[in-house]
Design a protein around this ligand. Structure first.
Ligand SMILES: Cc1c2[nH]c(c1CCC(=O)O)Cc1[nH]c(c(CCC(=O)O)c1C)Cc1[nH]c(c(CCC(=O)O)c1C)Cc1[nH]c(c(C)c1CCC(=O)O)C2
Length: 341
């Protein structure tokens, strides 16, 4: 199926574009009343994610309602631990929670490498339905968590400010840590390849908890595995978003991927200098900027866009859109990118 709007893919590959493409991390769900209407008719997030027809519907909502230049499949990074044998629950207002965590080698022996196509068949079906229903309007982004971020949840069992159990494991059980990271990496490669076979046009790896490691540990326990994933996937362009990894920007310039995501703490020109000229940069408006008035949102967006002039760029926020943002301000952001020249 020929894409009618392939701005995202051309920008990722560093090809000519008429204008900068724009989408938002966490655009599916969260902010739209149309999403909440569907979600509230079910038992919760997990049932929605596991119902391919509905997951597909909420994936396409931001394309119809907001006018973004890409869809991102509605799912979660935590489907990988579940497919490996560690199920999660989504607790209302509190976030993910794992009844069991990995503490010892015998916990690890109970886990398996996920195969992607079978273990996560509901995501694969949702991608197939979404590709059909998008009918080539915009590209579809597939995604997975980076091994370190997935590891952090599997050890900690929930979100955390410090992830001190997960970070302790790196010091007390480095060999066990590497074994688990290898299993997650292999599962993730299988999963991303299945997403691509089903129709994903680009894949993004989210390393949401990159910023809590020091530079040496980040190289050893995170970047190494992200590199393996990028090396294994050559079918479609890849984006790596490592939140808070300002210290790793130079190393990220040599990852075998097309695009590097920037968070809003990262200065744009400095990031370009560190990462080099042969990557597309994605980002990086502060998500809190969308709490401003329409005029303020437009001004902040233009200010960001100016700093990317002459640079390979995909416009986005510096992290996921916050749940209580007015969708009208999201539209102002998108329109400000589209009319920037
Ligand atoms: C760390 C992380 C998670 N999930 C994700 C990350 C990485 C990105 C980031 O750093 O924000 C990624 C994710 N989660 C979800 C998507 C869907 C696609 C998209 O819109 O980008 C994506 C790409 C749906 C979701 N994942 C979740 C929801 C909310 C569930 C609900 O409707 O109640 C959605 C729509 C739940 C979730 N899932 C997770 C948390 C911490 C939570 C609870 C708080 C929150 O809402 O973010 C783990």
């Amino acid at each position: 199926m020929e894409l009618q709007n392939d701005l995202l893919l051309r920008a990722a590959k560093g090809e000519e574009v008429e204008r900068t493409p724009v989408w938002l991390m966490r655009q599916a769900g969260r902010i739209l009343p149309e999403y909440r209407a569907i979600r509230n008719s079910l038992s919760g997030f997990i049932e929605l994610a596991q119902t391919p027809e509905l997951a597909s519907e909420v994936t396409i909502q931001p394309v119809d309602i907001l006018g973004v230049d890409a869809a991102i499949i509605f799912s979660d990074i935590l489907v990988i631990p579940e497919a490996m044998g560690l199920p999660y629950e989504m607790v209302e207002k509190r976030g993910p929670w794992f009844p069991n965590t990995v503490k010892t080698a015998s916990d690890l022996d109970k886990l398996r490498i996920a195969d992607g196509a079978n273990d996560l068949d509901y995501v694969i079906k949702a991608i197939e339905i979404t590709k059909k229903n998008l009918n080539g309007r915009v590209p579809l982004i597939g995604f997975a968590g980076a091994p370190w971020t997935i590891f952090a949840y599997m050890i900690e069992g929930s979100g955390s400010k410090t992830f001190s159990k997960a970070r302790a494991m790196l010091y007390t059980e480095p060999a066990l840590s590497h074994r688990l990271l290898e299993m997650i990496t292999q599962s993730t490669i299988n999963y991303l390849k299945a997403q691509i076979s089903a129709g994903a046009d680009l894949v993004q790896v989210f390393d949401s908890w990159a910023g809590i490691l020091g530079p040496d540990q980040y190289e050893e326990f995170s970047l190494k595995y992200i590199r393996l994933i990028c090396e294994a996937i050559d079918e479609v362009p890849k984006t790596v978003f490592a939140k808070g990894a300002f210290f790793a920007r130079k190393d990220m310039g040599s990852l075998p991927c097309e695009t590097i995501g920037l968070d809003w703490n990262m200065e744009i020109k400095e990031s370009r200098a560190l990462i080099g000229s042969n990557k597309t940069l994605q980002g990086n408006l502060d998500p809190a900027a969308l709490y401003g008035t329409a005029d303020q949102v437009v001004a902040a967006t233009q200010k960001m866009m100016k700093q990317f002039i002459g640079s390979r760029h995909i416009a986005n926020l510096g992290h996921g859109v916050y749940p209580d943002i007015n969708p009208e301000r999201v539209k102002d952001f998108i329109q400000a990118v589209k009319s920037f020249s």
